[in-house]
Design a protein around this ligand. Sequence first.
Ligand SMILES: Nc1ncnc2c1ncn2[C@@H]1O[C@H](COP(=O)(O)OP(=O)(O)OP(=O)(O)O)[C@@H](O)[C@H]1O
Ligand SMILES: [Mg+2]
Length: 264
Amino acid sequence: MTDQRTPQNAPLVELKNISISFGGIHAVDNASVDLYPGEVVALLGHNGAGKSTLIKILSGAYKRDSGEILINGEPADIRNPRDAKKYGIETIYQTLAVADNVDAAANLYLGRELRTPWGTLDDVAMEASAREVMGRLNPNFRRFKEPVKALSGGQRQSVAIARAILFNARILIMDEPTAALGPQETAQVGELIKQLKKEGIGIFLISHDIHDVFDLADRVSVMKNGQVVGHARTEDVTKDEVLGMIILGKVPPKAIPGPGAMQV
Ligand SMILES: Nc1ncnc2c1ncn2[C@@H]1O[C@H](COP(=O)(O)OP(=O)(O)OP(=O)(O)O)[C@@H](O)[C@H]1O
Ligand SMILES: [Mg+2]
């Protein structure tokens, strides 16, 4: 599904020829990936492959040494996380970044609280919009009045995701979002991701485990030693073929090789 508003149906995000080194280490080496609206692209690779570093360049946490970021086909000037938010980019980390002692509504508006004309906190408006956003994402969620620490991991992750989309995220980066969750809660986050897709949000879903993401992803991009091994539509490849990309850098016939592909 593509968004007709984008010029020439340009990708929502294009990271082009991105490189960054720390000391002598090429953490990311000439990496290119893209993402379309309503699409889930799984960014896969072993520990240390460069996945988090690459997306931290998109989220403004790191400054690239070279390469280009395009949003809707236009060059984007992203130098810090605030710039990234202006482009509708939000990040969800594996560590459940919620404030435990306050309820869901307070978490959604943490640091960006709504106020009444008299300058007091507008709890009524915040709770109403918390109910609206959570209702879209996770209709079974009822525990609006409880501190977030009383919620399950999956419910807490839905609060973190609701917080991101409340502020009009169009591009969601999820770095191992289920690492701290059990199987049932992981399934719940999977349902959230399907809901976000329907809203046209593009998602980079990062994982070192193919099994976590294969069924959710429209495409996979695999990294190894800082380089992109290749890209494939999940319907064109098997899990074993993707494992071959991750472990050996071996690119199956229907995938598009990148600079890190094994030379045969
Ligand atoms: N701030 C930093 N300073 C120095 N080296 C770094 C820094 N951040 C990342 N690196 C190095 O860059 C490489 C890529 O790390 P990165 O965290 O991007 O890997 P990853 O693919 O996300 O791995 P994981 O699956 O373990 O999260 C590693 O060799 C890492 O040690
Ligand atoms: Mg990482």
